[in-house]
Ligand binder design. Structure first.
Ligand code: GRF
Length: 228
């Protein structure tokens, strides 16, 4: 079966790009990276793509419309079928996003719809959240918003700072993004209208049977309630 042709948009480090490239290097994986576009010429992710032999392009982000006007023909030329935003730090032109409706996904390091926008890990810490994580979702013109395909959860530790929490979340991103792209490539993902918001249905999804408490039960500890 033909592999889904993926275009990845980056602006920086490129660790999610690396995870996608690694997944695509497996023979059984149903997608391949057809093009990487960076909004910054100095993005380290460009080196990762080049080392893997993936075609790259740099489109400096002067404004939303000109970026879209340059990116669209390149994506078409490379016959890209799915666009993955992976640390792409610019807001995209709304018409461009609509042109890729349900064919463009993003990864965001929070459990959406909580903590949209910049520094979501810092926002989670500031809010005292006990769990954090990441989300892969279809892209809509609104920032960090759109039907949710998958999420991964990690606990927040009492001694976490932004760097430690970000690292723990990032490790899950590298597992979730290739999984989400695989499900899309296998044709198992579809967006359905809902009463409140659009939702994603996944065919034959396995749902983990977990209950995570944070903190865990510490009966007998200093905060145990004493009904007497
Ligand atoms: C990731 O945390 C991703 O969720 C967010 O930006 C970061 C990009 O990291 N959108 P990298 O460039 O993939 O290493």
């Amino acid at each position: 079966m033909a592999r889904l042709r993926v275009g990845v948009l980056i602006s920086g480090r490129g660790s999610n790009l690396r995870a996608l490239i690694a997944a695509c290097s497996t023979e059984a994986y149903p997608a391949e990276i057809a093009l990487v576009i960076s909004s910054r010429a100095e993005a380290p992710g460009l080196g990762i793509a080049a080392a893997a032999g993936v075609p790259v392009a740099v489109i400096p982000h002067r404004d939303r419309r000109s970026f879209a006007a340059e990116a669209q023909p390149l994506l078409c030329e490379r016959r890209v079928e799915l666009v993955c935003l992976a640390g792409f730090m610019r807001i995209l032109d709304a018409n461009f996003v609509e042109a890729w409706r349900d064919r463009m996904v993003n990864i965001h390091p929070s459990l959406l719809p909580s903590f949209r926008g910049l520094h979501p890990q810092r926002q989670a810490l500031a809010a005292g959240a006990r769990f954090a994580g990441c989300t892969v979702h279809f892209v809509r013109p609104e920032l960090d918003f759109g039907p949710i395909i998958g999420q991964a959860v990690v606990p927040v530790h009492p001694d976490d700072d932004e760097a430690r929490l970000s690292k723990r979340i990032l490790e899950t991103e590298h597992r979730l993004y290739p999984l989400a792209v695989r499900l899309i490539a296998e044709g198992r993902v579809r967006v359905v209208p809902g009463a409140v918001a659009e939702r994603v249905e996944i065919m034959n999804a396995q749902i983990p049977d977990i209950l995570a408490l944070n903190p865990q039960d510490c009966s007998g500890g200093p905060f145990a309630s004493n009904p007497g």
